[in-house]
Design a protein around this ligand. Structure first.
Ligand SMILES: Cc1cc2nc3c(=O)[nH]c(=O)nc-3n(C[C@H](O)[C@H](O)[C@H](O)COP(=O)(O)OP(=O)(O)OC[C@H]3O[C@@H](n4cnc5c(N)ncnc54)[C@H](O)[C@@H]3O)c2cc1C
Length: 368
């Protein structure tokens, strides 16, 4: 029997795929999937296509996005065109769990604990041959089986009435004054999800963004309709030990430059089911698919830690950059733009120093 701990998207997709041919139990501590909501729900077109295999993802789409506007601390911005979608996580997670229940036995409102290697589910002790920790950033599985824990950022997000620059563009706010990573707004009709990601004091950064940012502060039109917060892992950690494997946030499987995990966890679930029961092969296959993207992604995120002055210059220069062909889930797609990047640097020689700074090895880079 395989025990999957956690019925978020990672757990549900894995339960569905493995449950087709094996006995699977999936346990979730909450009484419903996708609750509490800890997600902005922004996913790429490629990601939507991939989710179509597992649920009617179209039903969960709240908005279609056509571009991202990147703001400097002074309020200047450039536009990067690219299709994406905003999905309602509660609905997405519910549909995925419903699908999992076709093949797996589901235990809701059951928090899994471990007594030695034995899983405890309510008053039952389970003899699971394989354990899959799909239990998020605070993974009980990872803790109980001695996995390395990834450090994390805190994300705080509100929903409020907001005058978006464009109802179909997300906005990204750069600069150390408003986050320790980045801040964002994602429009949905008259409102937007506005969030900040930081190591500490995320609430204070959010307050500052809303009250002081030269562009955002003028466009927030009301009070808070909803507030939620969550954790975002900073890096991928080793995710296989004997007959125990981690998947999704518990393993730090998120894009280094956005904290988005919905695409990577789906790839991981597919690699896990293709290679099961060989968990080392799962690890190898996932890393083969994604480690280049992670390494490049870690470099891209170095942009967040540039000085305000450097960000102003980068934003100015990128106004003339053509982002067509760049895929938001795959930083390696930038390699196809090498000539354009070279041209940009030649036109703006001051970018050389900034470019070298961005390319330096990330402090989080590691070999798995
Ligand atoms: C504010 C915020 C915004 C985000 N925005 C985006 C975005 O726009 N796009 C994107 O792709 N990603 C985004 N993410 C990241 C995304 O939400 C996660 O990567 C994704 O939810 C990870 O899925 P998961 O299944 O691994 O973990 P989770 O969704 O965290 O699910 C884990 C499940 O395990 C359950 N659980 C935990 N412990 C136990 C236990 N002991 N027993 C039983 N059940 C247990 C939990 O209740 C939970 O249901 C965002 C994250 C945050 C915090």
């Amino acid at each position: 029997m395989i025990l999957i701990v956690g019925a978020g998207p990672a757990g549900s997709i894995t339960a569905y795929l493995l449950g087709k041919e094996r006995e699977v139990i999936i346990a979730e501590e909450h009484q419903s999937a996708g609750f509490p909501v800890q997600c902005a729900g922004l996913i790429s077109k490629e990601c939507v296509e991939a989710y179509k295999k597992y649920c009617n993802v179209k039903k969960a789409i709240e908005n279609k996005i056509k571009s991202a506007l990147f703001f400097s601390p002074s309020g200047k911005f450039f536009e990067a065109k690219g299709e994406a979608f905003v999905v309602e996580r509660k609905l997405l997670d519910t549909m995925l769990l419903e699908r999992a229940s076709e093949f797996a036995e589901v235990f809701m409102k059951h928090k899994v604990r471990f007594r030695g290697a034995k899983a405890v589910l309510g008053d039952r002790e389970l003899d699971a041959e394989y354990i899959i920790g799909a239990d998020g950033v605070n993974s009980e599985v990872a803790r109980s089986f001695g996995f390395e824990r990834p450090p994390f950022f805190t994300a705080v997000q509100i929903e409020t009435r907001f005058d978006a620059m464009d109802p179909n563009s997300v906005e990204i706010y750069l600069g150390k004054d408003y986050s320790e990573f980045f801040a964002y707004s994602i429009p949905i009709g008259e409102t937007a999800k506005i969030g900040v990601i930081a190591k500490r004091s995320a609430f204070l950064y959010l307050k500052k963004l809303i009250e002081k940012h030269p562009s955002v502060s003028k466009r927030v039109k009301g009070g808070i309709l909803e507030l939620n917060s969550g954790m975002i892992p900073e890096k991928l950690v080793d995710f296989v030990k004997g007959k125990v494997a981690l998947i999704g946030d518990s393993a730090g499987m998120v894009k280094p430059y956005s904290g988005g995990g919905l695409f990577y966890l789906l790839l991981a679930a597919e690699k896990l089911s293709e290679n099961f029961p060989n968990l080392q092969a799962y690890k190898k296959a996932f890393l083969k698919e994604i480690s280049r993207e992670i390494r490049l992604g870690e470099k891209i995120r170095n942009i967040y830690w540039l000085s305000n002055e450097e960000i102003e210059r980068v934003v100015d220069a990128l106004k003339e950059f053509d982002f067509s062909g760049v895929q938001m889930d795959r930083p390696s797609s930038f390699l196809g733009k090498s000539l354009d990047i070279l041209g940009l640097i030649l036109r703006h020689p001051y970018l050389i120093r900034i470019f070298i700074k961005i390319l330096r090895t990330s402090k989080f880079s590691q070999k798995l």
